[in-house]
Design a protein around this ligand. Structure first.
Ligand code: AVJ
Length: 322
């Protein structure tokens, strides 16, 4: 992890090639081959994700934005003045602007993200746009132990912002653990503003992860080209097919890459066999009902103060306090 207080800027430790290689070899050695979804987000992958967010079929981003637009004054009133905000997975810092301009005199902003360059660039830009705001970027994987974050912890008006349904990528156990950790970090009186995707008709879900422009398929396959480039792999991208479907038993979209033929792939000198039809499980995206969420929040130490949805009830934003 890197915080601003580390005087010397360093490469992103959270995405070192050594760790990447270890995770890839590990994942592809399992019976159901798998790859951690965090590796989608290299520069090209982040661009492709942005493109997904703009497709007609992917309702998630646009629906959350509409909820925020409509209800942000209510949210800001609940949060109150002088907030210090910690955001997990801040990306290029797009969503926070809307919140910063609506909150009354926000005091500080601590973005945490795995991608070093966009994190630092957006921190610098926010400092210029909001001169009275203390911006204290923290680079790292938020599923790992967190660094100290002194600026955030010094405040008694703590707000954690976790938009975009990133929680969807966590298993239910990871989601509980993560929310519990945040509750402890927030302490009594702290607030959580969180956007989570909801269960909906299966066709809508299916289309969102199988968009007609094929951007999601490209996003999924990009992890293979990343392995080829960074880890000296020889995946033939044409011989893998994007497959995304809703697993009703687990309430989750699963994304896979299916081998179209029997084949062998080499990565950093190590060989992996794929039989025809065998898949690599690349992502889970869990969908929740508001009842699920309310149970989850109360089990992990929160009280739901208010929540907002869109007219179709496709997406939810919750404000909870500890
Ligand atoms: C960033 C986890 C919310 O699950 O909808 C989009 C990622 N994957 N299309 C999601 C994603 C394929 C996205 N989250």
């Amino acid at each position: 992890m890197i915080t601003q207080s580390n005087a010397v800027p360093r490469q992103d430790l959270a995405t070192s090639d050594d760790e990447f290689l270890e995770d890839v070899l590990d994942g592809l050695s399992q019976r159901q081959k798998t790859l951690p979804c965090k590796y989608f987000y290299d520069e090209r992958g982040s661009q492709l994700f942005d493109d997904i967010c703009q497709t007609e079929d992917y309702y998630v981003t646009r629906t959350e934005r509409a909820i925020m637009e409509r209800y942000i004054p209510e949210m800001a009133a609940l949060v109150g003045p002088g907030a210090s905000i910690l955001e997990f997975g801040s990306g290029v810092g797009e969503k926070i602007r809307r919140l910063l301009t609506s909150l009354e005199a926000p005091h500080s902003y601590t973005p945490m993200d795995i991608s070093y360059e966009p994190l630092m660039a957006s921190a610098e830009q926010l400092r210029q746009e909001f001169p009275s705001l203390t911006v204290d970027p923290v680079c790292g994987d938020y599923l790992q132990p967190w660094p100290s974050m002194p600026v955030f912890l010094r405040s008694s008006q703590r707000l954690v912002y976790f938009p975009g349904s990133t929680l969807s990528n966590f298993t239910p156990e990871q989601a509980s653990d993560f929310l519990s950790r945040i509750a402890k970090l927030l302490g009594s009186g702290g607030g959580l503003l969180i956007g989570v995707d909801l269960i909906k008709p299966i066709e809508v879900l299916h289309d969102a992860y199988n968009d007609r422009e094929g951007v999601t398929a490209e996003f999924n396959k990009n992890v293979l080209s990343r392995i080829n480039q960074a880890l000296d792999g020889n995946f033939n991208l044409e011989s893998f097919e994007h497959n995304a479907f809703f697993n009703e038993q687990h309430n989750r979209i699963e994304m896979h890459l299916c081998s179209q033929v029997d084949q062998r792939v080499e990565i950093a000198g190590q060989e992996f066999r794929f039989s025809q039809g065998e898949s690599i499980h690349t992502e889970n995206s869990y969908k929740y009902s508001t009842q699920h969420l309310h149970q989850l929040f109360s089990r992990t130490g929160y009280r739901v103060v208010d929540f907002w949805t869109d007219p179709n009830q496709y997406f939810s934003v919750h404000y909870c306090t500890v």
